[in-house]
Write a protein that binds this ligand. Structure first.
Ligand code: NAG
Ligand code: NAG
Ligand code: NAG
Ligand code: NAG
Ligand code: NAG
Ligand code: NAG
Length: 246
């Protein structure tokens, strides 16, 4: 009886643990973190996590680190559409576009890209034809995004031509659009099965819970019937013994 009880307690604890390990988040209001993401420093014992990407929990904020740029804030994650919405903590999306190198990462921009050339100009260009990127300006230099085919004005040097979702526009406030990435897992067989197993765990967590509730209920019922029956038998035997001896 005690053994069975302990077994069920362990069973429950392990179920709750496995759910906790698979789903995490940095704070209440932050996105749920599950495969293929994981919280840095929180290694799961249940699986090989080599195919996952690390997110950092820092002061209740979820961030992701890119060596070419630095930390970006993870605003939301859509596992269905494989979309990672990011915010630039410096609120200068064109500084991100200019520096972020996704080549050696599993990430790509989510939206369709176009090539733009960043110009660094020692004099400001006509505001009628060009819009300066305010957050990149320094006291003597002015930055613009232009079509790569544009003849470069004399006061400017092209810094870089990059494929990005959009050029600078004062109408697109920096953080509302565009810093969305999508990811691509290496297509090895290992990762596929890992991914499927993961999906099974996650989608079936409520099923697992309800099945275990059923098992617990049935087991309790069987045990109590057994105990009751044994007691009855014991009493009957006692009665017979009394009659025989008495
Ligand atoms: C995020 O964490 C909080 C506190 O630990 C928890 O109450 C909440 O359910 C979690 N949300 C998700 C989506 O996991
Ligand atoms: C995890 O998977 C990688 C490749 O998918 C493999 O090289 C590594 O040995 C695995 N680690 C364990 C502990 O199974
Ligand atoms: C993080 O969240 C906890 C609990 O919700 C709160 O007490 C703490 O002040 C928060 N820290 C920051 C830096 O927001
Ligand atoms: C951007 O330019 C490069 C080099 O000319 C070219 O290979 C690439 O396909 C272009 N990308 C887009 C999205 O037009
Ligand atoms: C812009 O150009 C000036 C002069 O060539 C240079 O000193 C400065 O570092 C450049 N800025 C960037 C971000 O490339
Ligand atoms: C898994 O469990 C979590 C927390 O109990 C819940 O928020 C989530 O909706 C569940 N997922 C499914 C697919 O039932």
């Amino acid at each position: 009886m005690m053994d069975t009880f302990i077994f069920f307690i362990l069973f429950w604890v392990s179920i709750f643990q496995s759910i906790e390990v698979l789903n995490a988040n940095c704070s209440d209001a932050r996105p749920e973190i599950r495969f293929p993401f994981q919280v840095k420093g929180q290694q799961s014992q249940h699986r090989n996590t080599s195919g996952s990407f690390e997110l950092i929990c820092k002061e209740n904020t979820t961030t992701i680190h890119f060596p070419s740029y630095g930390n970006l804030v993870v605003e939301s994650i859509s596992y269905k559409t494989k979309k990672l919405n990011l915010l630039d903590p410096n609120n200068c999306i064109h500084e991100v576009f200019l520096n972020l190198n996704l080549n050696l990462t599993p990430f790509q921009y989510y939206y369709v890209l176009r090539n733009y050339t960043y110009l660094n100009c020692s004099a400001s260009l006509s505001p009628l034809s060009f819009t300066e990127i305010p957050c990149l300006r320094s006291s003597n230099y002015h930055f613009y995004t232009v079509d790569p085919s544009l003849h470069v004005p004399l006061s400017c040097t092209p810094v870089k031509t990059v494929a990005i979702p959009f050029g600078y526009s004062p109408y697109l406030s920096d953080n509302t659009f565009g810093l969305a990435l999508t990811w691509d897992l290496p297509d090895s067989e290992d990762c596929k099965t890992e991914h499927q197993a993961e999906n099974f765990y996650i989608t079936s967590n409520n099923t697992v819970l309800s099945i275990s509730i059923c098992i617990l209920a049935v087991a309790t019922a069987i045990l109590s019937v057994k105990i009751h029956y044994n007691k009855k038998l014991f009493h009957q035997e006692g009665d017979i013994l009394m009659k025989l001896t008495g």
